[in-house]
Design a protein around this ligand. Structure first.
Ligand SMILES: C[S@@+](CC[C@H](N)C(=O)[O-])C[C@H]1O[C@@H](n2cnc3c(N)ncnc32)[C@H](O)[C@@H]1O
Length: 350
């Protein structure tokens, strides 16, 4: 019995149906290939590649099981964030419940997908990395999660039925999108992604956008930008940053992060009606603390309880002194800290 899927054909935007033998476009008849049950709607020539999941790990999972293989192949630090479903905890600030259909766009290793799957009706996880998608598929099978749907599809296209989702997660992805797009203007590519994310959300649905803050305190203290491995680049005016990047890396600078103000302005510009700012600490990859920076009460409570880790480096001592000053007068500093938090989760409501 053919069943409708939420996917749209990237060639003609008609709906896609799952038949007995294949996934097929109802408009142009295009048949979509599947790799180990993962349909491919996009095939970008170049994909994001960083350390981590590879074919050998996935093969080991098939042979030895998920737990044994991840313990054998991944160090503790990597497992601590990449295979940690607790990373999904911040998503609970959104209106998520048993009827929610959620899209994890640019899902990576899938810890957010897996971490939220039990609480929602459906999760769709898309990425352009075959290895990562296979990894999530194996993880979902290991946990017997039948509501996780994995597909190779691009965040640049978001070929899903309009208004299908109640929540869309873009975690650590927006900044990378321009790296693989042809557009001359990275910011325009990112704005287009925000527009597309809004278009697949139902009215009242929410986009959860996790991203480093271009002005984050760690960068002022000399921590290199995660996307370029370059110090101070995000703090420079874009023109200088582009020149600096071209000289150092011999290629254009396109992995832009942003200030909170840019994010709010462009989320509203994409048609979202309301945007809230949460700080994720220590960063979006390890969001063990999520603070509503628009709420003085939440901020005060956080200041009363949060202890900065200790250490002897100059960087750590500087951060500790600053934090002590903030804790002494939280109300005075909330708006300032909001602009310099290391990373954000912006919750934008359609
Ligand atoms: C830093 S990882 C974040 C992964 C995950 N969202 C998380 O928070 O753990 C960025 C991911 O975005 C994916 N990505 C980059 N550009 C993409 C695109 N155009 N379409 C789909 N995925 C993309 C990469 O393959 C990578 O897995």
């Amino acid at each position: 019995m053919p069943t409708k899927t939420p996917y749209l054909c990237p060639s003609c935007a008609a709906s896609v149906t799952r038949g007995p033998a294949a996934l097929r476009c109802d408009g142009c008849g295009r048949v979509f290939s599947e790799n180990r049950g993962i349909p491919a709607f996009a095939n970008p020539p170049r994909v994001w590649q960083k350390r981590g999941v590879d074919a050998a790990l996935n093969e080991a999972i098939r042979q030895d099981g998920f737990q044994a293989a991840t313990h054998e192949h991944l160090d503790e630090r990597t497992r601590g964030w990449a295979c940690n479903p607790r990373r999904a905890n911040p998503l609970y600030v959104a209106n998520i419940g048993p009827r929610t259909k959620l899209l994890d766009a640019g899902c990576g290793w899938g810890s957010l997908t897996i971490g939220i799957a039990d609480l929602v009706e459906e999760v769709h996880a898309i990425d352009v990395s075959d290895e990562r998608l296979e990894f999530i598929q194996l993880w979902a099978e290991h946990l017997e999660l039948s509501n996780v749907h994995v597909a190779k599809a691009s965040v640049l296209d978001l070929n899903f039925q309009q208004e299908y989702f109640d929540a869309v997660v873009l975690s650590g992805v927006l900044e990378w999108t321009a790296e693989f797009a042809q557009s001359p203007d990275p910011e325009q590519t990112q704005r287009d992604v925000l527009h597309k994310a809004r278009s697949v959300l139902a009215p009242g649905g929410q986009l959860l956008l996790m991203i480093e803050n271009r002005l984050g305190l760690p960068y002022w203290l000399g921590v290199p930008d995660e996307h370029t491995d370059m110090r101070f680049i995000t703090l420079m005016p874009r023109k200088a940053a582009r020149l600096f990047h071209r000289i150092q890396k011999q290629r254009p600078y396109r992995a832009y992060t942003h200030t909170r103000r840019w994010l709010v302005r462009n989320l509203l510009g994409a048609g979202f009606s309301h945007v809230k700012t949460y700080a994720t600490l220590p960063n979006y990859r390890a969001p063990w603390n999520v603070v509503d920076m628009d709420s003085p009460a939440a901020w005060r409570a956080f200041c009363n309880s949060y202890q900065l880790g200790s250490g002897d480096s100059l960087r750590r001592r500087t951060a500790t002194s600053l934090w002590q000053a903030v804790q002494a007068d939280p109300d005075r500093w909330r708006r300032v800290v909001r602009e310099f938090a290391p990373a954000y989760m912006m919750v934008a409501t359609r």
